[in-house]
Write a protein that binds this ligand. Structure first.
Ligand code: SAM
Length: 217
């Protein structure tokens, strides 16, 4: 449970996200209630932890905006016991939200910055979260060691979804990613009978770029 000091700010954020239709699912709301965002921000941003804004963390990266995290998480329709791959761990907050929803399942999350991988591991550990695995590496290659995945989430902008990630998605699996150049569309794809089918598409998002072999050079 979130300590009293932050509770009003969190409740106000949840009311705003529900009104603006970025938060509709009671399970995702419960994840927001139980995974304190202020445990994933740097000390200078603590007062803004429950603003609906991305906040600077380190290495010129950001903890994602709450409305974007709720939208992506809801579209992923996570079920107990699934295996999830996340590309771009950042602070680990989205990782923790996924871990809450997947319960007996596992979240593998790949981050390219050593300082961020360390920051995220520390944040997850202090909350006693033990069904996540943060990997230091180039997430544009995915993490073939644990594939296939039921769900894949890319939290950085790609011009094209990296082919290795499509290959590592299991049958009937869902993958979500922001795709585009200066502005991106959030795209949800499903693998059915080996084919990739678009399920949802919503424009006007802005993410930091996905770098790496199959990302921006
Ligand atoms: N969802 C995270 C959170 O709530 O803290 C924030 C993710 S941040 C918007 C995007 C992250 O993707 C950054 O931490 C960045 O370093 C990472 N990233 C970019 N390209 C990557 C790559 N090729 N492999 C792994 N991580 C990458």
């Amino acid at each position: 449970m979130i300590e009293k000091k932050y509770r009003t700010a969190l409740n106000d954020l949840i009311i705003y996200l529900k009104k603006s239709r970025f938060l509709n699912d009671s399970k995702v709301e419960s994840a927001f209630q139980n995974i304190p965002r202020h445990e994933f921000v740097v000390p200078s941003e603590l007062d803004r932890a429950y603003y609906n804004e991305p906040l600077s963390i380190m290495n010129n990266q950001t903890i994602s905006q709450p409305g974007v995290v709720s939208r992506m998480t809801e579209w992923l329709d996570i079920k107990d016991g699934q295996k999830i791959l996340e590309i771009g761990t950042g602070s680990g907050w989205q990782t923790a939200i996924l871990s809450y929803l997947v319960r007996n399942g596992t979240v593998h999350s790949v981050e390219r910055h050593p300082e961020l991988a360390k920051f995220a591991r520390k944040n997850l550990e202090k909350l006693g979260i033990d069904n996540t695995h943060v990997i230091l590496g180039d997430g544009s290659l995915g993490y073939p060691e644990e594939s296939p995945y039921d769900r894949i989430i890319i939290t950085a902008a790609c011009t094209k979804i990296p082919q290795p990630l499509l290959e590592q998605l299991g049958e009937n699996g869902l993958i979500i990613a922001p795709v585009g150049d200066s502005s991106q569309s959030l795209i949800l794809l499903k693998k059915t009978s080996g084919k990739i089918v678009e399920i949802k598409n919503e424009s006007n998002y802005v993410f930091v770029p996905l770098l790496g072999k199959f990302g921006k050079k």
